[in-house]
Design a protein around this ligand. Structure first.
Ligand SMILES: N[C@@H](CCC(=O)N[C@@H](CS)C(=O)NCC(=O)O)C(=O)O
Length: 216
């Protein structure tokens, strides 16, 4: 068995990795470590990830950062979630890349992270109420147009659960926590995904470490 350690708890990005590890039923050591506690700034953690960010995964000698890159790596290492023939085709790979880039860039980075920076983290990044309002509206407009052939009773990738569901659900959970009213189909999909045993196990594993104080 490989030796797997995951650094990071308490954020939607760390949650993604806990979730896939639970789906794949891979045993791992959980280094509970919350954001903005100063722990990412230590010398030992900086040696692991010079970007000073969580999550980080070590898999034997490999050190991987970026939540989506970690998901892709783990899925390739483990046969528990085999790729469909369509996903292996050039057309399928391209569609997969298109959907993952869309969720990461348009929904996560350009929308929700802007809201987070200028709302919850405004003491660090500054107040910007216009940017917050427009990012919230942008999120909903892009969600409705970017995943248009979406069936809430299935997965993003049709019949197969994949990293795309982990990206989309973690993003929708985050929007829901920010009280962005989700369209009915996405709410239905979210409720369905939230019942997955691995989702529930990952929620537990990703709980913020209570002994670490987060600065206000
Ligand atoms: N693109 C990265 C983003 C990682 C990221 O921004 N992590 C934040 C927490 S969500 C972080 O570690 N911030 C520095 C800190 O908390 O000290 C990913 O998807 O993994």
């Amino acid at each position: 068995m490989p030796e797997i350690t995951l650094w990071g708890t308490g954020t939607s990005r760390t949650f993604r990795v806990h979730w896939l590890l639970a789906e794949l039923d891979l045993p791992y050591s959980n280094r509970a470590m919350n954001p903005r506690t100063g722990e990412t700034l230590t010398e030992s953690f900086t040696a692991l990830n010079p970007k000073q960010k969580i999550p980080v995964l070590t898999y034997d000698q490999a050190v991987i950062s970026e939540s989506f890159a970690i998901l892709r790596f783990l899925r390739r290492q483990c046969e528990a979630l085999p790729l469909s023939d369509y996903q292996k085709s050039l057309e399928g790979q391209t569609r997969f890349d298109e959907l993952s880039s869309f969720i990461l860039m348009e929904l996560d980075a350009t929308s929700l992270y802007i809201v987070r920076r200028h709302q919850d983290l405004s003491k660090i990044y500054g107040e910007a109420p216009n940017a917050v309002a427009s990012a919230r509206a942008y999120f909903l407009r892009l969600l409705n147009s970017g995943i248009s052939d979406f069936d809430p009773t299935r997965f993003v990738w049709g019949e197969l659960f994949s990293e795309l569901d982990i990206l989309l659900v973690s993003t929708l959970d985050w929007a829901d926590a920010m009280e962005i009213p989700l369209p009915a189909a996405f709410q239905q999909y979210l409720e369905y995904q939230r019942q997955r045993p691995a989702y529930l196990a990952a929620k537990q594993a990703n709980r913020p470490n209570q002994s670490q104080k987060r600065p206000s």
